[in-house]
Write a protein that binds this ligand. Structure first.
Ligand code: NI
Length: 168
């Protein structure tokens, strides 16, 4: 059974580490599969559109996401690599590890990421819009970076519109 793990806050040292690559042999192990299930459970409970392993105090290069539209299935990405990124855009963003806050950040509008899925198969994700934003936010987490490091106009999320900013 999956369970909800504690999401660590912005001052937790694990959020500032470069997470370790996952050995592909590890992916099939029950403990690793449990981690993925727990991360989905935790993300949906929050609720958020993405969650990286360091946010549940596991320093490994894996994240889950679900942007909840009709086009995109929930996804797990292990050992992600950015293949290309195009066109900068300013977006509103939040983070489950920095609850109640929102800021404006420059992200790429389109991005291509490769990696492995939860069965160890190679995957390639082409993202635009919220999906592209989420991919960049989660990969930052794996590199010890938080959006607040670069965000401008960081502020408490007050309006409904601000509360709906991408929480990941
Ligand atoms: Ni985040």
């Amino acid at each position: 059974m999956p369970y909800i793990r504690e999401i660590v806050g912005q001052d937790h040292p694990t959020l500032r580490k470069v997470a370790r690559r996952v050995d592909p042999k590890e992916i099939d192990e029950p403990l690793f599969q449990q981690l993925i299930d727990d991360m989905f459970e935790t993300m949906y409970d929050a609720p958020g559109v993405g969650l990286a392993a360091p946010q549940v105090n596991v320093s490994k290069r894996v994240f889950v996401m679900d942007v909840r539209d009709d086009e995109h299935e929930p996804a797990v990405v292990i050992n992600p690599k950015i293949e290309s990124a195009e066109e900068e855009v300013e977006l509103r963003e939040g983070c489950l590890s920095v609850p109640g806050m929102v800021g404006d950040i420059t992200r790429y509008k389109r991005i291509v990421v490769t990696g492995l899925d939860r069965s160890g198969q190679k995957i390639r994700i082409e993202g635009e819009g919220l999906l592209a934003q989420c991919l960049q936010h989660e990969i930052d987490h794996l590199n010890g970076t938080l959006y607040i490091d670069r965000a401008l106009n960081l502020r408490p999320a007050i309006s409904e519109e601000e509360k709906e900013a991408a929480e990941a």
